[in-house]
Ligand binder design. Structure first.
Ligand SMILES: Nc1nc2c(c(=O)[nH]1)N(C=O)[C@@H](CNc1ccc(C(=O)N[C@@H](CCC(=O)O)C(=O)O)cc1)CN2
Ligand SMILES: Nc1nc2c(ncn2[C@@H]2O[C@H](COP(=O)(O)OP(=O)(O)OP(=O)(O)O)[C@@H](O)[C@H]2O)c(=O)[nH]1
Ligand SMILES: [Mg+2]
Length: 459
């Protein structure tokens, strides 16, 4: 890719739509735009960013392709920092294709996925965290990730990283002064004060790293697995939480054969709820595979809902399942409370004293609010999902932050032990380098390509 090129793409989704917006960016865009566009009025001088009405005309066969609005945006104050032309045409497959083909016939090439935003990055208008947030903003299906993305686009994370880098540079320049002028009476901070600075930086890093717990949930959701013996009402529970009859429910034990996943939004937290095949010893081949899948999803679960039939005595299978769920944050759902049978909670309490129990009736839709409250408390200790502070939602950022913290831990130890300034400064430099990978200041081409390759065409 070279920014000498001029590129074009449809920036709205392909298909039938009210309008379609074709963007052309690069040095030849104005020339091409003027060549394609015809207005009934004579326009001698296109004003910057003004929207003009007219037609796209193909001179090769004297054909009017579409009635459009067009705008010319002069760089560097544009999305890509280059000259941009936007053609707002009718959003149908054919008009869009015809206009694009005409543009490409004039020596403009199709833009690569994410190339507009990549140009904005290469021209310094955005850093990598902002570019990645643009991608999140487009692709997310949840409000919370969108809110975090908007903060990130505004530069909150970029500023924080830049602040930490400035702090590291202060430490580094003090160390270098010590190295360069070992005997001179110069005004440099002593090792213990530098150590203070590093631990302060590590505190901020720690907060960012910790925020990824939340960030991961915001991005990926909470994997919530419903398990239990056949017929206890797992699928009924999924349907109630989902608010629709998604899973098949019958009175026949062994109805659900395969795991089934649906996403619900619980106070802004995406819960990925997984209904599973009931666990029991079975000789049926399909059922056995289903049970194996249940065990596997339980292993990957963030939280487990163990469903018991409260109209029946606790069975050995129930006990086994309770035992399996012990290593995971879990809740015990005492279903079929409407049958009002005397359930011996004592045994459950003995087996699982630390797990919260909630009585529900999936049939009568009772106790569901309480269950949802407990689930949300299990996820965040009941805290409402706040996205006010910076939240790290991106695994790439998380990994770099962890790596930075590792080298700074080594720097801190070095300062504590009064080892040579040289060794400490190697760590600090490495920390600076890794932090720079987050924003892109010191990211190699492979990192940058990796980021933009996931973008869609036209962005
Ligand atoms: N028609 C249209 N709508 C769009 C976009 C677009 O490119 N075209 N966008 C794109 O995806 C988004 C808006 N994002 C944008 C971000 C920066 C600039 C821009 O020109 N920035 C300049 C000037 C800022 C100013 O005048 O205040 C700059 O930052 O220097 C434009 C759009 C969403 N809507
Ligand atoms: N009375 C009563 N019946 C319920 C309740 N919840 C589910 N049932 C009934 O219990 C039977 C089994 O329900 P399912 O939701 O299919 O149970 P499951 O745990 O998914 O069963 P498998 O898929 O076979 O493992 C059905 O007949 C439901 O109508 C409840 O709260 N009260
Ligand atoms: Mg089922």
């Amino acid at each position: 890719m070279s920014s000498e090129d001029t590129v074009a793409a449809l920036s709205t989704p392909p298909g039938e739509g009210g309008i379609g917006i074709i963007r052309i960016s690069g040095p030849k865009s104005f020339e091409i735009g003027k060549k394609l566009f015809f207005s009934s009025r004579e326009i001698t001088n296109f004003k910057n960013r003004k929207l003009y009405h007219g037609y796209i005309f193909d001179r090769r066969n004297n054909k009017t392709l579409d009635e459009v609005l067009i705008t010319f945006m002069k760089g560097p104050y544009t999305y890509t920092c280059e000259d941009i032309v936007e053609i707002h045409c009718h959003g149908g497959m054919i008009p869009v294709r015809e206009i694009l083909q005409l543009i490409f016939s004039l020596g403009i090439r199709p833009s690569e996925p994410g190339e507009f935003t990549k140009r904005a990055f290469l021209n310094g208008r955005l850093d990598l965290t902002q570019a990645e947030a643009v991608m999140d903003l487009i692709s997310t299906k949840t409000q919370n990730l969108k809110d975090v993305a908007m903060k990130q686009i505004s530069g909150k994370l970029k500023e924080e990283i830049s602040h930490l880098r400035t702090e590291l540079i202060t430490v580094l320049s003090n160390l270098e002064a010590k190295i360069d002028f070992p005997d001179e009476e110069i005004d440099v901070e002593d090792m213990s004060s530098l150590k203070e600075r590093v631990s302060y930086i590590r505190k901020s890093l720690y907060e960012l790293i910790e925020s990824f717990n939340k960030g991961k949930i915001i991005r990926e959701g909470v994997k919530t697995v419903i398990v239990g013996r056949p017929n206890v009402g797992k699928s009924s529970l999924l349907n109630i939480l989902l608010g629709e009859e998604r899973a098949i429910v019958t009175e026949i034990p062994g109805t659900t054969r395969d795991t089934l996943e649906e996403v619900i939004n619980l106070d802004g937290i995406p819960l990925r709820i997984i209904d599973t095949a009931g666990i029991r010893e079975s000789t049926d081949k399909v059922e056995q595979i289903g049970v194996k899948r249940t065990r596997d999803s339980m292993e990957e679960a963030d939280i487990v809902l163990v469903v018991l039939d409260s109209s029946q005595e606790l069975k050995d299978e129930d006990k086994k399942i309770l035992n399996m769920a012990r290593d995971k944050p879990s809740l015990i759902v005492l279903n079929k409370a409407d049958l009002e049978k005397e359930f011996h909670e004592g045994t459950v309490n003995e087996l699982a004293p630390d797990i919260r129990k909630v009585k529900v009736s999936a049939l009568k839709k009772e106790g569901i609010d309480q269950l949802e409250k407990y689930i949300s408390e299990l996820v965040f200790g009941g805290e409402v999902m706040e996205t006010d502070e910076i939240v790290i939602t991106n695994e790439r950022h998380y990994n770099s932050l962890k790596k930075t913290d590792n080298v700074l831990a080594s720097a801190e130890n070095g300062l504590e032990a009064y080892i040579s300034e040289d060794l400490v400064s190697v760590d600090i430099k490495e920390g600076l380098e890794i932090l720079g990978e987050i924003t892109g200041e010191s990211a190699g081409e492979d990192v940058i390509d990796e980021v933009f390759n996931n973008f869609c065409i036209g962005k």
